[in-house]
Design a binder for this molecule. Structure first.
Ligand code: ACO
Length: 325
């Protein structure tokens, strides 16, 4: 069957940096705690009030198109993963479509929190494999600063803003997306969620006063689930495809916490020099972490390298992808 290959990668990161030292001025925390518990040193924050997720997604998409040397009119489909859409509707993907001039595409958003990029990538790959599309833009973009409570030290230290975009096209050789495992489990305990703004708790003066439009997380519970979940699916995809640690060139993990990343790499039997880590520079950018890793490492990747992408996030959602670069 036709495989879907990533043929270009683009990115966008805001200029403005929020360092651990800055956070020390804002909440009761310290650089040492943040670095040892999470691996994060700084994050990027989009300061422009009139710009949000669509802007960052469009910038990343433009860079991917430029890299590939094609026009936006050639795009068939745009899938954008985010938990911080510009509006609840219309879809942020449609705003990106307009901004980049992808007039022949149809566009939609996908909601799977930190696993959003993985789900979007396999959705796009399925369109290519079925022959329904030739060029699919897959974007992961989040302006997490728009839903973060900068008085809550348990969440504000974790997140940053950013976007990444990849172009998927039919592969001309054996490269491309080979296999994936996706899982979800409805988290009715709501250990990671944004309480208000949806149809259950629409915005009101009370929801604003109660700070219910900010993301809430029971960090300990999510940490345990994420550590097990991400390691499980990464090990499983290696077993399913008879991959030994030597066969794997890179682990491309969602960047939520360095300790979760290390636990996953350990279970896979991978040395740290095979693990993409940029959480120190950007924090957790939710749907953007994996394409931002691919962007940062693109010059080191060699044709035919075996990559394992893995993520865990709110939902719960989690999964892994085996991709030959
Ligand atoms: N600075 C200093 N102390 C802090 C801070 C802080 N910023 N935040 C919490 N603490 C304190 C706590 O109050 C607690 O004190 P206590 O023992 O007196 O109650 C102590 O530090 C330990 O807190 P824990 O929550 O147990 O710390 P933990 O080691 O679990 O680290 C963290 C917290 C970093 C949030 C971790 O739990 C984590 O990474 N969780 C998972 C995050 C994740 O993967 N999310 C999923 C993806 S996100 C998405 O899908 C959108």
């Amino acid at each position: 069957r036709t495989r879907a290959a990533i043929t270009a990668v683009g990115h966008y990161l805001p200029e403005n940096r929020l360092t651990n030292a800055d956070l020390e001025e804002m909440v009761e925390t310290n650089d040492e705690w943040i670095r040892t518990r999470t691996g994060i040193e700084e994050r990027r924050i989009l300061k422009d009030d009139d710009k949000a997720t669509a802007f960052m997604g469009a910038e990343a998409a433009k860079e991917a198109l430029e890299q590939r040397g094609i026009s936006a009119e050639e795009i068939d489909t745009i899938i954008l993963a985010t938990v911080t859409p510009d509006y609840l509707f219309p879809a942020t993907a449609c705003l990106v479509q307009k901004e980049i001039g992808a007039s022949n595409a149809y566009a939609f958003d996908l909601s799977a929190a930190c696993s959003g990029f993985l789900y979007a990538l396999t959705t796009g790959a399925n369109f290519i494999e079925s022959g329904r599309a030739e060029k699919v833009l897959v974007i992961g973009a989040d302006k997490m600063s728009s839903i973060i409570d900068y008085t809550d030290r348990s969440t504000c230290i974790l997140f940053g803003d950013g976007a990444g975009a990849v172009l998927l096209e039919p592969s001309e050789d054996e490269t491309g997306i080979i296999d994936y495992i996706h899982r979800s489990e409805g988290d009715t305990n709501l250990s990671l969620y944004q309480p208000a703004g949806g149809s259950l708790n629409p915005a009101s003066e009370q929801t604003v006063a109660d700070r219910l439009h900010f993301a809430k997380q029971d960090g300990r519970t999510v940490f345990k689930k994420a550590t097990v979940g991400m390691a499980d699916v990464s090990e499983e995809i290696m077993e399913e495809n008879d991959l030994t640690p030597d066969d794997v060139a890179w682990l491309v993990p969602h960047q939520a916490n360095l300790r979760i990343i290390n636990a996953t790499a350990n279970r896979m039997g991978l040395d740290s020099d095979k693990v993409m880590v940029n959480i120190d520079k950007y924090g957790n950018t939710t749907a953007a972490t994996i394409p931002l890793c691919l962007y940062d490492w693109k010059d080191k990747l060699e044709h035919g390298d075996n990559l394992i992408l893995a993520a865990f996030g709110g939902g719960y959602t989690w999964g892994s992808i085996y991709l030959k670069w």
